[in-house]
Structure formats: C-alpha cells, structure tokens
Design a protein around this ligand. Structure first.
Ligand SMILES: Nc1nc2c(ncn2[C@@H]2O[C@H](COP(=O)(O)OP(=O)(O)O)[C@@H](O)[C@H]2O)c(=O)[nH]1
Ligand SMILES: [Mg+2]
Length: 203
C-alpha cells in the first residue's frame, strides 16, 4: 500500500519518555546532530515547507518531535545531540534522552541516522553506528547535504565510511540533499517499504 506522505501533520513533542505517544503506532526515528538536516528532510518528505522548523541556530530542539504520516506511523525527530555550542550538561541530557529512547522498547520500525556528508563521523556518530549495527532494529545511514560535494567527493566519503566499525555488513548509506532532492524518491520507497511489511492493525 502506498504511503501518502503529503498527509503528514505535526502531532506533538515530548521532553521525557513518559510524554511520548502511547498509541503504539510504528515509528521511523530520525537521529543525528543538530543542524544535520532532519527538519529539512521531514519537510521534503511531506512536501510541506513549513511543517518542521528549519533552523540556522543549532542546538535548539531539546525534545522529541512527532509527525504523524498518513494516519499510519510517526516520523520521530530526536533531539539534535552534541552541538558544540551547548553546555556539557545539556549535551549529556540530549544524548541521555536519545539513549533512553532507543532502549525503551518503543515500536521503532527503523532508525535513520543522519550525518553531514562533508564531515568525518563524530564520536557520537561512531557510537551510534556501533550500537545500531549490533541491535535488531533496522537502520540506515543518511548522508545529508550532498549538494555540497562533487560526485567524486561523495564516493570518497562513502569509501571512508565503509571502513567504519559496524558498517561492514550495513546497507549502503543513502545520499540525500534537501536542496536538489537527491535521494528523495529512494527515501520515500525505503520508508514505505518498511511500512508495507507491517500489517495494519485490525483489532
Ligand atoms: N546545502 C544544504 N543545506 C541544507 C540541507 N538540508 C538542510 N540544510 C540547511 O542546514 C541547516 C539546518 O537544517 P535543519 O533541517 O534545521 O537541521 P536539523 O537541526 O537537523 O533539523 C539549515 O540552514 C538548512 O537550510 C541540504 O540538503 N543541503
Ligand atoms: Mg530540526
């Protein structure tokens, strides 16, 4: 069944685990540092410019943000951890919420971990990749802002990443740009595909 991505609505935020939706709808979770392009990706998927707030001021979002897609599943926007401009304490709070979130047996169908294609993976990215690769949850790396690099540079970055601990048996990262829409179609297919495997609730 095709997913109507245009039918995406903002559903709410949660600052703590006990504020997260309890309706058990499946979630596609997006993680990645602040400013990596999570909101831009959500807007593009939904075909709505202003759905998720795109910000030039990194480190602002400290909550989990929920978008309901087609009345069927959530796109979950995790807090952007690890930005240099927030204090150590705030950083720790971000990643604690992310850690808790991923370990809380929420109905997560897939984790999309976003990384800026121009940068070396951060310590947190490396931890995340290792964690995801040793868990049962399906996941994919999404390399954002590909419009900033040439094809040759993109391939080089893919090469570098393929050697990272945990990437050896991982599916190939997706290359994405919210500017020229590289990877958008593939991204929609990926999400819809995951979702196709989940039977609709009949009870
Ligand atoms: N060149 C380029 N800029 C992007 C892309 N995606 C996001 N940005 C910019 O990066 C900044 C942060 O984006 P945002 O979506 O708010 O990131 P978030 O903090 O992860 O939600 C904004 O200035 C965006 O316009 C992209 O694919 N290409
Ligand atoms: Mg954002």
């Amino acid at each position: 069944m095709a997913v109507n991505f245009r039918k995406t609505v903002f559903k709410g935020v949660a600052a703590r685990l006990d504020q997260c939706p309890g309706d058990n709808l499946p979630e596609i979770v997006m993680s990645g540092r602040s400013n990596v392009g999570k909101s831009s990706l959500i807007n593009l998927l939904a075909g709505q410019n202003k759905l998720a707030r795109v910000s030039n001021t990194p480190g602002k979002t400290r909550m989990v943000i929920y978008f309901l897609v087609d009345d069927r599943f959530y796109l979950t926007d995790l807090p952007g951890y690890g930005y240099a401009k927030v204090s150590k304490k705030t950083k720790a709070e971000f990643s604690e919420l992310v850690d808790q979130y991923l370990s809380a047996s929420r109905p997560i169908s897939m984790v999309l971990h976003l990384m800026d294609i121009r940068h070396k993976p951060s310590e947190h990215d490396l931890q995340m990749i290792e964690w995801l690769s040793s868990n049962q949850i399906p996941w994919r790396l999404v390399l954002t802002k590909s419009d900033k690099l040439s094809r040759a540079q993109i391939n080089k970055q893919l090469q570098v990443l393929s050697k990272v601990q945990g990437m050896q048996s991982a599916p190939k990262p997706m290359v994405f740009s919210a500017i020229n829409k590289q990877g958008l179609h593939e991204m929609r297919e990926l999400i819809a595909g995951v979702f196709d495997d989940i039977p609709l609730k009949t009870d």
